[in-house]
Design a protein around this ligand. Sequence first.
Ligand SMILES: C[S@@+](CC[C@H](N)C(=O)[O-])C[C@H]1O[C@@H](n2cnc3c(N)ncnc32)[C@H](O)[C@@H]1O
Length: 231
Amino acid sequence: MNRCVEPEWLDELPEADPRAIGSRRDLRRLNQWMGNASIMASALGSLPIDGKPWRMVEVGAGDGSFLSRVARRLGAGWQGTRATLLDRQNVIAEDAGLGFRKLGWEVEVVTRDVLEWCEETGPRLGTVVIANLFLHHFGRNQLEALLRGIARRSSFFVAVEPRRSLFSLAFSRLVGLIACNAVTRHDAPVSVRAGFCGNELSRLWPGTEGWVIREHSAGPFSHLFVARAKV
Ligand SMILES: C[S@@+](CC[C@H](N)C(=O)[O-])C[C@H]1O[C@@H](n2cnc3c(N)ncnc32)[C@H](O)[C@@H]1O
């Protein structure tokens, strides 16, 4: 199946549209079915936690509920993490901030386009960038620019994306059975066709010499990419 990027309805609906609110709720359920919080937490778990509050940026963070699930799984060793939830829509769930505070995380919300953020400067060492169900929104040229920006601004990057496979595509066409709304029923197969397989992300990652990279399928429907700077 060739990769094909098409517009997703959730990206085009106003933030407060009830269909968008319903679809963001569906996303939380889909993340659970896909096991993405656990895939992300175990990839992050390979980082040393001794004495280091990490800076973490989730790009395309949506309502923040994904990172709050990941934070719960990471446990006490990650207390003090300073997280930035970046999304071009301001849709942070009301209870997300409270969940982070209980875990001892500091959180700031940044509402802007990720490609603008990529152009800025910021500390690279000690910065972890994560993306969940996000990279697949971008066609090849934008994806290259995005990965270049992330590589410049972080020393550890983890992405969990839809796996582009016939199995994932078949499941994505059945999301109505778990009560997903019309927006999600449209966007799920679109996301799978725009997803990744093989070593597609590694091939787009800039300057592979300075990085340890792994990329493979993860869970029933997901594709994992991890890049760790050698320094
Ligand atoms: C499929 S949702 C995933 C949200 C979250 N990561 C999760 O797993 O629940 C993709 C998110 O990317 C955001 N997004 C899409 N294009 C963006 C861009 N160019 N810059 C910043 N955010 C973007 C959308 O607003 C949406 O919240």
